[in-house]
Unconditional design. Structure first.
Lengths: 274, 274
């Protein structure tokens, strides 16, 4: 098949961006487009310049026999901040306040449109940690954890609250949930784990950090290292959480009792590089 | 900003494919690239030809004042079949058989790499139903439901097994689960629903169809119409399920007791157009 330059560039952009953080060797594209390696090299230089010029991400080339090219999410701090302000605004509504000063966030946290962008920020900020897989606990964190895993090109493991037949043999622990002060249970399938890997914890919400501490405990049983923790919303109080190192997109200061609205803001540390 | 043709094509492909089934008006691109509408029109004709030539999807233009261009997933029956054969092969392993003749599928059903492709097939086949949102029941179906919703450019609603504070007021029903023959509970947040919409049910697994029937029941409470049902794996037995119309990617015939492996195959009806 004879291909034009603009065709190759267009098709490669589609393929690379569909599978972020996944290395494609040049010979794959040479074969796909019936083009010489020198042409593909030039195409990839153009792709890199296009993607970066329009702020659509980052294209990385890796030299050598095992080398190739990959697309990486790379949202700017300015765009991230602007997007998070919109989300805070969307959530800061009186009708979202639930009994017990909970805030209704489920519609936003499971809408692919918003979740895509949140996980783009998480992937941009947490990619350097080099995790082998993402772990979350059911249920509300699953959408953002899945999309973050996709953006990082790694698998997702979901810890369950109950022990399910379909999980096979599991390791179970009890832990104290910071937000409900109740003893809770968490199980991870043995078949989902392999020893000595690096895990990135992603969840929707953190108050005391008990759930994340629970995940850390269960990962220890598998000899897995937690390389980082990312959450969408963390509460400002308690300042001292069960874990010290985490990255949050949004900070929740509580409920404004005068105006009866939740107070949320993009987390100040957004531009801190981990 | 002065832009070249190949730059505009590359950048537009990234933007359009990132948000499938989302209409972009031409003036958005005219402004973004400082180009005349006639240039953008030509670019889009090229994009359509590139995407379709390499089997990367479909590009649809809509004429008129409210018109524009959108990208649609469009995997061929041949590619879908080939991919599903791989998945069946991956799952047809002795070590995946669990007590009670369950099959361990969780690793595959939560791996973004596989889930992306499965939801690409579901979106291709079920897009014409014109759903306003996707609904699933926690937990294992959430990844594929989320990605299908993303591919269709619509929101996801997750029904919960337990009544959670964070969901706000809910509607709850009891239903009989086909696979466990137990009475189960399902709740949907009132704030996640609006009257008179069209829902597409997506789940990971169907045996008797009790869970899907439960979803249909709860949707009726909200005056929501179920326009279709898509699942990853459906069991061949019982042939008579609680719902008659559904679309499955893979059929599970049971366990081969001689070779001690699960028997799975791409569903024959794959190329039936709904």
């Amino acid at each position: 098949m004879k291909t034009k330059r603009s065709e190759r560039i267009g098709a490669m952009i589609r393929i690379l961006t569909e599978n972020p953080n996944t290395l494609y060797s040049y010979p794959i594209f040479c074969e796909m487009f019936g083009a010489a390696k020198s042409s593909i090299s030039e195409d990839i230089a153009s792709i890199k310049s296009i993607i970066e010029k329009f702020g659509l991400g980052q294209v990385e080339t890796v030299a050598g026999a095992a080398g190739g090219v990959r697309f990486l999410q790379n949202i700017s701090d300015e765009d991230a901040h602007k997007f998070l302000l919109e989300i805070c605004d969307k959530l800061s509504k009186e009708e979202r306040i639930l009994p017990g000063d909970f805030v209704y966030t489920v519609d936003v946290l499971s809408n692919p449109k918003y979740v895509s962008k949140m996980s783009e920020i998480l992937a941009t900020k947490l990619r350097k940690l080099g995790a082998d897989f993402v772990i979350t606990v059911e249920t509300k964190g699953i959408p953002v954890a899945l999309m973050t895993a996709k953006n990082l090109g790694i698998p997702l493991v979901i810890a369950r609250r109950d022990n399910k037949l379909s999980e096979g043999p599991v390791v179970t622990i009890n832990y104290e949930s910071g937000s409900s002060n109740r003893l809770q249970t968490m199980s991870v399938a043995k078949m989902a784990m392999s020893q000595g890997k690096k895990a990135l914890v992603i969840d929707d919400f953190m108050k005391g950090g008990g759930t994340v501490k629970g995940i850390c405990g269960i990962m220890k049983e598998f000899n897995v290292t937690i390389v980082g923790v990312g959450v969408i919303i963390a509460t400002a109080e308690p300042e001292q959480k069960n874990i010290s190192d985490y990255y949050s997109l949004i900070t929740m200061d509580g409920i404004d009792k005068n105006h009866n609205i939740p107070i949320l803001r993009p987390t100040q540390s957004l531009n801190i590089t981990i």
